[in-house]
Design a binder for this molecule. Sequence first.
Ligand code: LLP
Length: 463
Amino acid sequence: MSRSAHPAGPRHADVLTEGHYSAPPTDLNALDAKVWSRTVTRTPEGVVSMGGIEVTRLAEEFGTPAYFVDEADFRARCRAWRDAFGREADVFYAGKAFLSRAVVRWLHEEGLNLDVCSGGELTTALDAGMPAERIAFHGNNKTEDEIHRAIEAGVGRIVLDSFQEIVRVSHIAERLGRRQRVQIRVTVGVEAHTHEFIATAHEDQKFGIALAGGQAAEAVRRALTLDGIELIGIHSHIGSQIFDMAGFEVSARRVVQLLAEVRDEHGVELPEIDLGGGLGIAYTPEDDPREPHEIARALGEIVTRECEAAGLRTPRISVEPGRAIVGPTAFTLYEVGTIKPLEGLRTYVSVDGGMSDNIRTALYDAEYTVALVSRSSDAEPMLVRVVGKHCESGDIVVRDAFLPADLAPGDLIAVPATGAYCRSMASNYNHALRPPVVAVEGGAARVIVRRETEEDLLRLDVG
Ligand code: LLP
């Protein structure tokens, strides 16, 4: 990501050349539409609102820290993905990004399918009424119990991740008197992250069966001999937060090559390919994600071209976006507790949450922006690091950002684009209580995942 250093006032001059932050925005009160969900605006009084409700009211009613998800935006993104891929392709929302019963109902109502990767996600999906045939079950080490439950429920597909699993799933299906539809997950020798992809040696990972060395072809050979499974396609997932379609191009080409080999060897044309998820979103205004219709067109063209070249019928394509649907739809609201200015360096702003509600900054060096949302301010920009309340100096929520210099304890600040992999990766570190998720829509707000309580913690502690 390109970074430029701009003066933010003389006291920051010596650190400005070190670069891990954006230039101060010209207007700290402006909310960049790239990183905030669609119904977020700043009212004329200066308070930010989502779905017509001011954050001051939200904080009063639901407390902080809390995640607020813009239901209208979530649904609009589901529709955009579904419409972009049309009837010829399937969109599976990757539940690992964030899953709750309300989310399952939204997905169901908006016509999306669901990818789950654990018994817990499967239970949530079924409990909230997702039809089992619209569920795909993933995971590199599904337990026998999980496989059993998935087959019994009638999931639409299980994505097989290893040689052992090919046999395991087939046996369990046979025991249940079923023939389970499956895909085989292959690793195509491509790993993609953000603006780059690397096309060498990335079989070195726990997921999937390598195309290299004929392993995937061998997996297909075995799968085709087993009675408990029906092999319907090949699956490939190449990485996360991807903007560059070149990685998908290589992946699709290699998957289609395998389909051609399978046709040549077995006389079978597998009818489906799944190209996984990983499509990037804007965490900061510097990020430029693609729209679903551009992604759908690009993937469709790549697959059609490769299949024509190989003389294959174009298979049905599916994709599994998680972050690209839920990520941009939510922000985390925090209250500022303490402020520690370090002359010539930066100002540490401590909030009432931290790495327990957003581990991504500590874990991946992820970048976020932040804004003062309970009021507007005309004060000068101040270089800040937003940190949490945990007993760890790596407890950073936003590494480098600018907030107005008159920031004070009690102000509310919000971090946008926290819909994906924040609540779903939240922890109880320091016995923190995991924050609630509140859905906001058309002037109404309701809790969809409640805040944990100390009683919840004690209930688990049975010693
Ligand atoms: N399909 C498969 C097989 C996956 O493994 C994943 C993500 C997805 C779909 C959805 O990817 P998405 O579209 O959400 O990027 N915790 C990390 C991301 C881990 C993703 C793991 N697999 C993060 O916070 O960035």
